[in-house]
Design a binder for this molecule. Sequence first.
Ligand code: CA
Length: 645
Amino acid sequence: MSRPDPIAAAHGMRVAGSTHVGSVRTHNEDSMVVDPKRGFYAVFDGMGGANAGDVASQLARDVVSDFIATRVGHPDPRALLDAALNAGCAAVHHAGLQVRERHGMGTTAVACLISDPRHAWVAHVGDSRAYLLRRGRLSQLTRDHTIVEELVIRGLLPPEEVERHPHKNVLSRNLGAQPFCRVDVLPIELEPGDRLLLCSDGLYGYAMPDAMQYILGSGDAPEHVAKDLVELALRGGGGDNVSTIVIELPAQASSTQVVRTTGAQAWWAKRQRFVAVCRERGLTRNPICRGLEPTEALELIASSVCQAIYHDLEKSTGVNVWTFAQNVAGGWFAQGGEWDAIRALFDVLGGSATAVVEEIRGGDPQLGFLLDVAVSRALVVAELALGGLLAEQLRAIDAEVIALHGKIASDPVIPLETSELEALEPARATPDPDTEQPSVRTPTPVPRTSGKFIEAQTLPFMRPERAVTNPGVSNELLDAIGHAIVLATARVSPRARLVHAVLSAVETVAADRAGNFASAVLAARELYGVRVVDDAGIMPLFDALDQARVAVAAAVQQLDATDATRAKVLAAVSAAHQRIVGATTGLVLEAIAPISERLREAQAQTAALRDQVAQAERRRADLERRFATNVDPSLPWGQRGNTNW
Ligand code: CA
């Protein structure tokens, strides 16, 4: 039976233990101490016939833990542990002398005393072990007190022969064989995020070291890790009692602090190098820098972004990089600049930042690792800012197309080419029943619209004042929106529950007469729910948003309504959809902040951040593609592409 102890907190540490009789034995002769209040943890593995093993390990456990409990704050942890284990040894030895069947009983002991989050002492006798997991690597802290291990230490037995040696389990030391025992005590300098493992040989005898490292490094909570390690031994045969204690040091505050102070300074110290790398990578040749002296361009762009990253590192925010990206890209678009140039510029900046972090990593791997996470976050922020700008431009193009669509539809004196009609309303392009050929109409040029999308403001989700549907909008329009959503819902598989949820959110936001941004934020929060920022959480949501977009666009075409109404419905649902996407993006941004606070799970989180970068990249590519295939107002109507909004 697994008997996990509850999570315990001391110095912000998390601790859990688990023990199991195994698959073969009838008695559990292991005993444990999990005493977070005193920072004391121990595993005892008893031996001896006729249940003497249980007695030995339990007696040692009680004596040793009482010994520690009555001497809290002892100035010399090494001496304390030595004395405590010897007290246990004496007690077991004398108890063994009292009862004939228990004569010669004994127990191993591995104990850990943690006085503060920086210091631990590990004491052991016998072959129960202590391990340390640091930055994903597992190392064994104790050397077994077995005959064969002593032979190896003396150079009398090659290490590779230990496993095959007939006496590999014979202990050279234990608590109980003699009234006194020699105790090994090892001081450990702890680091934030370290995990310590105490275990009996029932674990490592039936589990591969790689598997133990994998489970201990999984980032799961200690109570799960302790149980999973026991499971691992059971799956490996479970031929012995197995006990595990997992102690996790807090990492959060100190790691964040490292990035905030040392990380920011290390980054700042490299600013000249960053500017030089940007130059090497062709920043000054970017069209955005045209007309500027190279030094001026580097100052305006490379130095500014370097400074923005520095300030964001210092304050653990993304505000400066966000503002920088928005200013540079917004200014460029305002001049009628092209997307490619912006893309290339941010590729140079991102690539240069990564190169500089790599250089820092070369000198200080830990700092480099933390900075990598922090700088990746800055790059994601920049991508999201660009994505917001691009989305807004797309929205403006769509608005223009929709207005044009409405104008064409409401102005019957402008005949259209058949192909144009088909493009606009496939449901209505009726072929001639006799010839099965489309009817022919006279082509006429379509008037150009005024106003440019670049005049639109940026970031839809930053501006709550623009309504999706106007206040006092007609019931007829609301009905049509509702009908479009019903049609769209019918197009989506009933099992795609997230898409259904998005569609219902789109309807809510589109039909919101107040038309402010709050309803989109609420809807996004509901959709986001308890999802975590990872592949399994965010990607399906963005996929669902995309699928809903396609379904609604198709459904609007199906609507049995006037063109003008359909144009209005399309405008309302597309604006609603974009707001939800915008608000969702905002939530992802919010979610990034706590991520940087949880650097303790840095490995997993780096993966999550990389996924976000990849996702932002995918979104960006998707937007870019649509941007490219969307309407070019300088072309005749039929060649302008679709209103894919
Ligand atoms: Ca054992």
